[in-house]
Design a protein around this ligand. Structure first.
Ligand SMILES: Nc1ncnc2c1ncn2[C@@H]1O[C@H](COP(=O)(O)OP(=O)(O)OP(=O)(O)O)[C@@H](O)[C@H]1O
Ligand SMILES: [Mg+2]
Length: 253
């Protein structure tokens, strides 16, 4: 089994990194071998796992020709860290038909070591994100139920379709889910209805509620299951991970 997933939404602060960290941790707790790639020069995922920013990032591995050197951070979890210097890659990357994709090339020799490779994308649809899409089989989109959130969805769908038509026929938006959800807010329910209209059965049943423990855990370098396994955050991500695992039959090849 081998799933390569980009977690992406060009809107900032919607819970991408929080989701990569905690879905990764949840999968590892279920015995899956997971590689998490931090593709955001903000390096939030790297820092959330208690690592320092590092120039041992994915583009450096490409430039120096040494290949990826994943860092083991927990049982079943390895990480490729990021640093602010990763932004320099953006100028040099090319994502077009026929052009080699450094991320695919770097992943290829190590991909069979993992059940899941999950890429934390930056909040843009720039070349870093496009090259992640070019290397992925799936895109999973976390959405904050905000008035303008739905507007942005049309754009990301268009970009994924473009990638599918040109450099990567395999790619699919396999799932979307809402984060920082508050069921008492009518707007949140309305936005969820619209998301279901767009994505139908690809919307996860699990909604990630707003939960302060999710915001606190990265400050001490822990995932939510380590930080507070009784929190709503641990409950919600625990449930979401089961939905991710349930898709293995369909997307695991
Ligand atoms: N369910 C939640 N409840 C409360 N706070 C949350 C939740 N999910 C994320 N946060 C907090 O919201 C902020 C943004 O989350 P996160 O960094 O995961 O978003 P992001 O989409 O990766 O952001 P960026 O676009 O900057 O990469 C962080 O401070 C995070 O701790
Ligand atoms: Mg992030």
């Amino acid at each position: 089994m081998n799933r390569i997933i980009s977690v992406s939404n060009h809107k900032g602060g919607v819970g991408k990194t929080t989701s990569v960290v905690n879905i990764g941790a949840g999968l590892a707790n279920h015995g899956r071998k997971v590689l998490l790639i931090d593709l955001d020069p903000q390096a939030n995922m790297t820092i959330s796992y208690g690592l320092a920013e590092s120039d041992n990032h994915i583009y450096e591995a490409h430039s120096n020709g040494n290949g990826l050197k994943p860092i083991s951070v927990r049982e079943n979890i390895d990480i490729i860290p990021a640093s602010v210097n990763l932004s320099e890659a953006e100028v040099e990357l090319k994502v077009e038909e026929g052009a080699p994709n450094p991320i695919s090339e770097l992943i290829e020799p190590i991909k069979d070591n993992y059940d899941y490779i999950i890429i934390d994308c930056p909040p843009s649809l720039g070349l870093l994100t496009l090259s992640a899409f070019a290397a992925s089989k799936e895109v999973i989109i976390p959405i904050q139920p905000h008035f303008l959130a739905v507007k942005g969805l049309a754009k990301i769908i268009e970009v994924v379709n473009n990638i599918k038509a040109t450099v990567n026929r395999q790619i699919e938006i396999s799932a979307v889910f809402v984060t920082m959800y508050d069921k008492r807010r009518i707007l949140h329910k309305d936005v969820l209805d619209t998301i279901i209209m767009y994505f139908d059965d690809r919307v996860f049943n699990t909604k990630i509620r707003a939960n302060i423990a999710l915001a606190e855990a990265p400050a001490v370098g822990q995932d939510i299951f380590e930080y507070d396994k009784h929190s709503n955050g641990a409950f919600d991500y625990g449930k979401l991970v089961k939905e991710v695992i349930a898709m293995e039959d369909k997307f695991g090849n």
